[in-house]
Design a protein around this ligand. Sequence first.
Ligand code: FES
Length: 141
Amino acid sequence: MALYSDKVMDHFTNPRNVGKIDDADGVGEVGNARCGDIMKIYLKVDDNGIITDVKFNTFGCASAIASSSMATCLIKGKPVSEALELTNKAVVEALEGLPAVKVHCSVLAEEAIKAAVKDYYDRNGIEYDPEQFKEKHIHED
Ligand code: FES
């Protein structure tokens, strides 16, 4: 079996939503200390709390790029509250799997989106439960 699924290869070689939003309503940047990869997510949110646009910049491995691309596709057009519920597991499933040692790359996508949503909440004085933004610890085999 190939190491990477067709979906991963597709989103790595042809990533969706790459770039930057200059007047973003929320920006999240996260990094993984172990591999040194960095991911930045920009959100544009309308008055109804719907994510009308999302862009990412990822300085990282193929799985991190594919995960960011897929994650942005999954949250575009959705309410912010729904984006907050996006798990790395859902990203991995949408990508039709990632090798176990690469699961942490998908966690980066989940965390970058959460950081961007938190920034959006902070900028707009929207109250939230800090528990929702707790760091996630994963185990890799
Ligand atoms: Fe660091 Fe993939 S190896 S995010």
